[in-house]
Design a protein. Structure first.
Length: 282
């Protein structure tokens, strides 16, 4: 049976008793409208912990655009069914007052990790992410927390926050789960029109082609190629494509940067903004 908590204090008491009995706790933070990508995080947490907690909270402080927040898909009934089916032990469904009893004015220092890519195009986004994730860490006190590599910059920033603030939590990265045609799974995909859904496959296709070019082209050539190809597609607008080191998110000028290299993009498909990335080092 999946236990459901709405109140932070009640959940924390439950977690304290779980921890006191010597059992481990894994946390999977989500904004709901769940799909197989989220469930893969749940599955990994279940393999590594005795208890898995999934939180569902559409966090207003990480949305820099009110319309985006309003139209974000919400489907709690279906989410609960999927989590019960997946064998999730505890679901945390807080309302805004539980997470922010008072306005959260904390400002985090990411040492510039938030100045590029998502942070550049979504000002304040990562500060909001850090606010909610640290609140969730305080409430759930997990041994491990699971984050998808689809949101690579988020993962890198959360790792830094957890380390800087000395949270005793292991941040576990989980691979990107894709649709059969290659589109990275996302709650936002359900907002795409039928036509948009067909067009959206170009994102992952171009990332794969970019990776194939690695053998005989420079990173700069590959960037130019992706920008050029994207600009040719009607109904798709590329916001950025960058080839960076995952360690510090800075751009690489050569493939032998001695670090893990990732190509990251964001693009508008009609009115829906999608992100994706590919690991050039695997
Ligand atoms: P969200 O509900 O979009 O905030 O996502 C919650 C968590 O699921 C984040 O750690 C995401 O990176 C992760 N996630 C979302 N989509 C995918 C995917 N396609 N594959 C793997 N992880 C994902």
């Amino acid at each position: 049976m999946t236990e459901v908590f709405h109140k932070a204090t009640l959940l924390t008491s439950r977690i304290v008793s779980i921890r006191e009995s010597g059992k481990s706790v894994g946390l999977v933070p989500t904004m709901g409208a769940l799909h197989e990508g989220h469930l893969s995080l749940v599955k990994t947490s279940k393999q590594q912990n005795e208890y898995t907690v999934v939180s569902i909270f559409v966090n207003p402080t990480q949305f820099n655009n009110r319309q985006d927040l309003d139209k974000y898909p919400r489907m709690p009934g279906k989410d609960m069914e999927m989590l019960a089916q997946a064998g999730c032990d505890i679901v945390f469904l807080p309302d805004e007052r539980e997470i922010y009893p008072e306005p959260d004015n904390r400002q985090f220092n990411f040492d510039g990790l938030d100045r590029t890519m998502e942070g550049k195009f979504r000002p304040g986004h990562f500060n909001g992410v850090a606010q909610v994730v640290t609140r969730l860490f305080d409430i759930v006190q997990p041994h491990r927390a699971y984050f998808g590599l689809k949101d690579l910059q988020q993962l890198v920033i959360i790792k830094k926050v957890a380390k800087d603030l000395h949270y005793p939590v292991e941040i576990v990265p989980c691979p990107i789960v894709r649709e059969p045609d290659g589109l990275a799974m996302s709650s936002r995909n359900m907002l795409l029109s039928e036509e948009g859904r067909k067009k959206a496959v170009i994102l992952s296709r171009l990332l794969s082609r970019a990776k194939e070019m690695k053998g005989n082209r420079t990173p700069d050539d590959v960037i130019k190629f992706v920008i050029h190809e994207m600009n040719k597609k009607p109904g798709i607008e590329l916001e950025y494509f960058e080839i960076i080191k995952s360690s510090d998110l800075t751009p690489v000028i050569s493939w032998d940067a001695g670090a893990e290299i990732i190509g990251c993009l964001a693009a508008w498909v009609g009115k829906i903004r999608l992100i994706d990335n590919i690991n050039f080092s695997l």
